[in-house]
Ligand binder design. Structure first.
Ligand code: PAF
Length: 510
C-alpha cells in the first residue's frame, strides 16, 4: 500500500473511501519516542487494518501558553519514525482544519467531573476538556475501528474510555503499558527539557513508586506519608501523590485488589507524571451461568489466550459425585459424607493435548465424570451444605494468588466475590439442548433425544436456581452475555475485551 501524508480534513474522507479496510488510529502530538513506536507497532501486529497516525499539537489541552510554545516540534523525524514502524498514513492537520472558525458543527466537550477533577485535573484546568474535544473531532473524521492509547496517561485513558461510552462511539480502545527509558523514567515528549539533575530527581521519584509497589506486594499496605517524606528530603516538589481506585479515581478501599499509586512532580519548568498499579493478587475472572451455556469451552479458550489457570469447579462437583457412586456412598449419612470429604483429593493436570485432566485420588476421571449418570446426580450432591463448604474452600485455596479464570454457578457470588471480572454466560434452552446434542464428546449426544435433553436442562436449571445453598444467581456486578447466535470465538473475544478494559496491561509485566 502506498504510504500517504494527509494534511486536509477533506482529504481524510476521500482516503477513507478508497482504502477498503478498517482503520487503527494512533493519535499523537508528535515528538515521537519509543512509547509512540510501541503504539504504532502494536497496532500493526494486532490485525491487518490500515494504520493511521495523527500528529497535531492541540492548543486546547495546554493550560499554559509557554508550555504550548515550548512543546517540541520534530515533524520530519516523526514522519520517518511513523512510516518505518508501521504507519500507512499520517494525518497532519493545521489548527484551522481541526477547529475551523465559525464552524458550528465543532463540539467543544467537557470531561466528566468525577474523573477530571482528580490528579492532573486539579491543576490543569480545562486540559481534559481539550483532550476530549480533539479526540472526539479526530474520531469523527477518521472513524477508526481501534484507537491505541498509552497507559502512561492513565487518567486520560479513563476519560477517553468514558467519552467513547458517553458519545456511543463505535471504536475499541486498546491500551499499551507505560514505556520506560534505560533509567526507569517513563518516556515522555517533555523529557528533552530535563537537565541532568532534574532527570536524577524524576528517576528517584519513579524508583520510589516501584519500591512502594514491591513493599505493597509483601505488606498489602501503603504508607503515603513515608513516600512524601522521602521525596521532600530530596527537595522534590510534589504536585500530588494519591492512592486511588484505578477506575473511579476515588480513594482506594481496603477491598480493592488493584489500586493506583499516582503522582506528579515539578522539575524546574517541567511537570512529570508517573504511576504504578498495586496488586494484592493476580486478577480473577469468574464465569457463571446455567448448564450448557458454553461456559467450559469459553473458559478454557480464555485461560489459554490470557495464560491464566483454568478452574473448572463443575468438574470438582462431578469428581466428588463420581467417587460417591463408585464407593456406593449413601451421602445422606453424615458420617459417610465426612469420611469421603476427608479422604478425597481432586487435582487438575495439563495433558499432552494442552487440555486439563481431572484426577480423583490419583485416578484420571476426565471422561467418566461427563456421563449422564453423573449429570443426573451432580446437582443434588452439589446442593449439600457440607459438600459446598468443602469445595468452596478448596477452590479459594487454588485461587489464593489469583491469575485464574473459574467457571461454575456460584463463582462470582460465593467463591470469588471480589473477582475483577464477572460474566454471567447464558443461552436459550433450545440453543443449549442443540449444542449438547451435537457435542461429540458428550455421551448425551448418542443416548438422548433433543426433546428429553430440553426437559433435562429445564429440570437442572430449576434445581440449580432453587437450591438453598449457593443457588445459581447472577451477581449484581456480573455482565450478562447471551450466546445465542454468536460463535464461540466471538464470545471469547468479547470477554477478553472486557478483561482488557478492566485490567491495566501494566499489571501483566513481571
Ligand atoms: O496523549 C496525547 O498525546 C494527547 O493527549 C492526544 C491523545 C494525542 C490528544 O491530543
Amino acid at each position: 500500500m502506498k504510504k500517504v501524508i494527509i494534511r486536509k480534513t477533506e482529504e481524510i474522507e476521500h482516503w477513507r473511501r478508497n482504502i477498503n479496510s478498517e482503520i487503527n488510529f494512533i493519535p499523537t502530538m508528535g515528538n515521537l519516542h519509543d512509547g509512540h513506536i510501541k503504539l504504532i507497532s502494536t497496532a500493526k501486529n494486532d490485525n491487518s487494518n490500515v494504520n493511521l497516525v495523527s500528529i497535531f499539537i492541540n492548543p486546547l489541552q495546554f493550560d499554559n501558553k509557554l508550555d504550548l510554545e515550548n512543546y517540541p516540534k520534530t515533524i520530519d523525524n516523526d514522519i520517518k519514525i511513523s512510516f518505518s514502524n508501521g504507519a500507512d498514513a499520517i494525518f497532519i492537520p493545521s489548527n484551522e482544519d481541526i477547529y475551523p472558525p465559525n464552524n458550528k458543527n465543532i463540539k467543544f466537550l467537557k470531561a466528566p467531573k468525577e474523573l477530571s477533577s482528580a490528579l492532573c485535573g486539579l491543576n490543569r484546568i480545562g486540559h481534559f476538556d481539550g483532550v476530549c474535544t480533539v479526540v472526539y473531532r479526530l474520531l469523527n473524521l477518521i472513524k477508526p475501528k481501534n484507537l491505541y492509547l498509552g497507559e502512561k496517561d492513565w487518567q486520560q485513558l479513563l476519560i477517553l474510555k468514558n467519552l467513547v461510552l458517553r458519545m456511543k462511539l463505535n471504536v475499541a480502545i486498546k491500551s499499551i503499558p507505560t514505556q520506560r527509558d534505560f533509567d526507569g523514567i517513563p518516556l515522555s515528549s517533555r523529557n528533552i527539557h530535563l537537565s541532568k539533575n532534574e532527570r536524577k530527581l524524576i528517576k528517584f521519584f519513579s524508583s520510589e513508586l516501584l519500591e512502594a509497589k514491591k513493599i505493597f506486594q509483601q505488606d498489602k499496605k501503603i504508607n503515603l506519608n513515608q513516600i512524601i517524606k522521602k521525596l521532600s528530603a530530596k527537595k522534590i516538589s510534589i504536585e500530588y501523590l494519591e492512592h486511588l481506585h484505578p477506575h473511579t479515581l476515588q480513594k482506594a478501599r481496603l477491598e480493592d485488589n488493584i489500586s493506583l499509586l499516582a503522582g506528579a512532580i515539578r522539575c524546574g519548568e517541567t511537570r512529570l507524571i508517573d504511576h504504578v498499579f498495586l496488586m494484592k493478587r493476580r486478577p480473577i475472572i469468574a464465569i457463571d451461568g446455567p448448564a450448557g451455556s458454553g461456559k467450559s469451552t469459553v473458559t478454557k479458550l480464555i485461560a489459554n489466550k490470557l495464560k491464566l489457570l483454568y478452574l473448572d469447579t463443575g468438574a470438582m462437583y462431578r469428581a466428588l459425585s463420581w467417587l460417591m457412586i463408585k464407593e456406593s456412598i449413601n451421602y445422606k449419612k453424615e458420617k459417610n459424607l465426612q469420611n469421603i470429604l476427608k479422604g478425597i483429593s481432586i487435582v487438575f493436570k495439563s495433558n499432552t493435548n494442552s487440555h486439563q485432566d481431572v484426577y480423583v485420588n490419583n485416578y484420571c476421571v476426565t471422561e467418566e465424570i461427563r456421563s449422564q449418570k453423573i449429570s443426573s446426580i451432580v446437582s443434588k450432591i452439589s446442593s449439600i451444605k457440607e459438600v459446598r463448604e468443602f469445595l468452596v474452600e478448596e477452590q479459594r485455596k487454588i485461587g489464593e494468588s489469583g491469575g485464574l479464570v473459574a467457571e461454575g454457578r456460584d463463582i462470582g457470588t460465593t467463591v470469588f466475590p471480589h473477582a475483577e471480572l464477572k460474566i454471567f454466560l447464558t443461552a436459550s434452552i433450545d440453543e443449549r439442548a442443540k449444542r449438547r446434542k451435537s457435542d461429540k464428546n458428550s455421551q448425551d449426544s448418542q443416548e438422548i433425544d433433543l426433546h428429553t435433553l430440553k426437559e433435562l436442562i429445564k429440570t437442572r436449571d430449576f434445581e440449580d436456581s432453587n437450591r438453598e445453598i449457593s443457588p445459581l444467581i447472577k451477581a449484581n456486578d456480573a455482565i450478562e452475555i447471551t450466546t445465542d447466535g454468536y460463535t464461540i470465538n466471538e464470545v471469547v473475544d468479547k470477554i477478553i475485551d472486557l478483561y482488557n478494559d478492566k485490567i491495566p496491561k501494566e499489571t501483566e509485566i513481571k
